[in-house]
Design a protein around this ligand. Sequence first.
Ligand code: AMP
Length: 463
Amino acid sequence: MFDKLKEECGVFGVYNNNNSFDTSRLTYYGLFALQHRGQESAGIAVNNNGTILYRKEMGMVSEIFDDVVLNYLKGHSAIGHVRYSTTGESYAENAQPLVIKYTKGHMAIAHNGNITNASEIKKELEDKGTIFQTTSDTEVIAALLSRVRIKYSAIEDALNEVMQIIKGAYSLLIMTPHKLIVARDPLGMRPLVIGKKDDSYVFSSESCAFDSLGIEFIRDVEPGEIIIVDNKGIKSIQTKTPEKSASCIFEYIYFARPDSIMDGIEVYSARYEAGRILAKEHPVDADVVVGVPDSGLAAAHGFADESGIKYVGGFMKNRYVGRTFIQPSQEMRELGVHLKLNPIRSQIEGKRVVMIDDSIVRGTTCRKIVNLLKDAGAKEVHVRVSSPPVKYSCYFGIDTPERTKLIAGTKTMDEIRELICADSLGYISNEGLLNTCKNGKREYCMACFNGKYPIDVNNKEEK
Ligand code: AMP
């Protein structure tokens, strides 16, 4: 079904105004804080007096960069990227930032998201003679931008036109010899925030990267906003946006780090609240509550506080194994759960356990974890899920498989309960989930739960 790469990524960029800090090291630490957004490849590109230097490779941030590399990457602006991709498409050419040369000079681009009409645009450009070297959307954006750019003297005006053509989710960083330009898609699907260090502007997928680096959080980049930073300062252009935004609610459920604040909502609080709502919607008689680390922990605390059932640390997690999902094959994914989690027997044995997980996608992970608890002596395992059933594929950058592989896309509640070996099963309702983000400034995309896609995906949707 998917003929191209789907990407979950993190981006970080800085325009270092007066060299008051080390640009590449700041970017390195920024990417390190965003490592949860992608562990397959990482890269940094810097602008060294008009020359773009870069390093990108497969692997984790700490594996790719060392002092020698960071000393080489000297520059006054930088953009960086961490990337995770799905099966089959994991090769180094797709690592970012993408650095290109074209008639008006050169630029580096880093992108988080998914362009839903990339195949169509690519075909049109190929028909006109453009050659593509990767399967990533980023190259499609770069190719389109360099073509449109010929008509404009300022790159941001070209980007404005490109944003009227491309559809989908994107948080975009573009570095040219004189500017750093960032843009967020008109629906605000993927997150992007602005911070300030001394007099310099910094951009990141998530605010958690700012806290550890002494960067002051300024605000979210608005949906459809283009921001340009150069030696004259900062400028913003608001492009055309639809009436309603559609920020990805799955960011709060699973993808983002709990200490990040996105569009006015702290991720931890949203998850905690989901746990409380879940306890009200699906109460159960039990002895202990455990959360599946890490994304289920905040909701487990919320569930325990609301229900009065004792919270216990049910699992030890080996932090040195990447996310279960990183393993490309199903076989490795299954093994990954065992490598990663071990139940703490004294907390589980002989108990009726409520197990809180953030989401069930294929159902493989959940079944394994329920069985780990049963093997550790749990008398009953009641699964409560802090997101609604994932019934529809995502086309905007969250890695969900095609519908037939989504357990809730094809099975009834009772069948799912049986397949995951749980004694009972309860998911938060769509309305309950929306209430976890009710104080935020956005409307949300809930397409993976309700099938209402904010952008037409009719040629991609499987029935
Ligand atoms: P499964 O049901 O086996 O597909 O695994 C679901 C688990 O994987 C959830 O509990 C999440 O912790 C995690 N997960 C959910 N969505 C994603 C995603 N898009 N990328 C990586 N991991 C995910």
